[in-house]
Design a protein around this ligand. Structure first.
Ligand SMILES: Nc1ncnc2c1ncn2[C@@H]1O[C@H](COP(=O)(O)OP(=O)(O)O)[C@@H](O)[C@H]1O
Ligand SMILES: [Mg+2]
Length: 365
């Protein structure tokens, strides 16, 4: 507590710090709420940034500053409240957007947004709709953002980069596991060309690069007490990428009827009603600015991101489990198989997914 008080004193806070308490929901960072004594003064969120994942925190915070400033202009133009509808980064006393402590840890502070509702899981089409609307609105407000962002996670969702890693790991076979997963390797190889053809459209600009969130879980969206989307938070992973990556990754996690590492493959499938709900919400905000190719490839992006995840889990298994934390020797293989089941469920329902996108786009025109 004393240490945290010391750290918080490095930031330009208003009011007197009364308490600093851990907030338990996030996976990546350590998050604390700072309460101030005076009722009229704001409260704050203090975070220790995970420097294993984010190797360039100063660049990350600068990305967040640029994006939130743009969002605030948009909120003001629409007559909204820029302190509630966008994150506010609080600088340190020296003007930097972070504080680096004696042990080399990075800390950052933002304004605590009061009176909000959050959800840990979107298990109904109605909530999926709200989740899609939240990310769609975020992307829409940033669709005219043109400043370059620093690429703080190089190779993210870039399948060409993943294949390079994949080919290297298979050539080495460091854990001697390759022979036992010949069938699973076949799943990856038989779709390699299809996935590269999509990524070429991103590389040649047919599918444009825009600001994307890259952690589209519903608990990264704050809602107001009436249940309307208020603010998208957790901006550590904002990147220049294709909007389809956000959409596809949301579909990979929202629509799965089972667990990411389900042992029972019968549990795993894609829920088309959730797909429709999210797509409806997403397109209600994005149909106006997405180009024809982006719309054409929306349904495909769900398969693309799920495929990438099969590849990454399987690659980590073959590599001897270096990247993902595992609970058992076969954990990564279990994950790869469960994600592959989800992929095949998407493939089986692909024509319906495409039809839903078409219908929902038509409604917006
Ligand atoms: N500015 C904020 N206002 C209110 N609550 C917040 C704010 N920032 C974060 N939170 C809460 O803290 C949780 C964890 O923060 P988040 O930035 O998402 O960290 P992580 O990267 O660990 O997921 C969020 O899910 C949300 O409940
Ligand atoms: Mg979060």
């Amino acid at each position: 507590m004393e240490k945290l008080k010391g750290i918080s004193s490095r930031f330009q806070l208003q009011g007197t710090v009364e308490s600093i308490k851990p907030l338990g929901e996030g996976f990546i960072n350590d998050t604390f709420t700072i309460r101030t004594t005076e009722p009229e003064m704001p409260d704050y969120i203090l975070q220790r940034k995970n420097k294993n994942i984010f190797t360039n925190v100063p660049a990350m915070m600068e990305n967040i500053r640029q994006v939130t400033e743009h969002l605030k202009k948009k909120v003001v133009a629409a007559g909204g409240d820029p302190m509630r509808e966008a994150l506010t980064v609080i600088p340190a006393a020296d003007g930097k957007l972070y504080h680096r402590d004696e042990s080399g840890e990075y800390w950052a502070v933002c304004l605590f947004i009061k009176d909000t509702v959050d959800y840990q899981k979107a298990d109904t089409p109605e909530l999926a709709y709200q989740g899609g609307k939240g990310i769609g609105k975020f992307q829409s407000m940033l669709s005219d953002f043109t400043e370059p962002l620093t690429d703080i996670l190089p190779g993210f969702h870039n399948i060409r980069f993943r294949f390079k890693q994949w080919d290297e790991v298979l050539a080495k076979d460091p854990a001697g596991r390759k022979a036992s997963v010949a069938e699973e390797i076949g799943w990856i190889e038989s779709r390699r060309e299809e996935m590269l053809r999509f990524w070429e459209l991103v590389e040649n600009g047919t599918i444009p690069t825009r600001v994307t969130h890259n952690d589209t879980k519903i608990n990264n969206i704050l809602f107001d007490k009436q249940g309307n989307v208020l603010c998208v938070i957790d901006l550590d992973t904002v990147l220049s990428s294709t909007c389809l990556n956000d959409y596809g990754d949301a579909m990979r996690s929202y629509t799965n009827t089972g667990l990411e590492d389900d042992e029972n493959l019968d549990n795993v499938s894609m829920n088309l009603a959730i797909f429709r709900g999210y797509t409806q919400g997403y397109l209600s905000e994005t149909a106006q600015f997405l180009n024809e190719k982006e719309i054409e490839y929306l349904a495909f992006s769900a398969k693309y991101i799920t495929y990438e995840q099969v590849l990454r889990f399987l690659m980590d298994y073959i590599d001897g489990d270096h990247y993902y934390k595992v609970k058992s020797e076969r954990h990564n293989l279990t994950r790869a198989r469960a994600q592959y089941k989800l992929l095949t469920s998407m493939e089986a329902q692909y024509e319906q997914m495409r039809a839903i996108v078409k219908e929902e786009v038509a409604k917006q025109k």
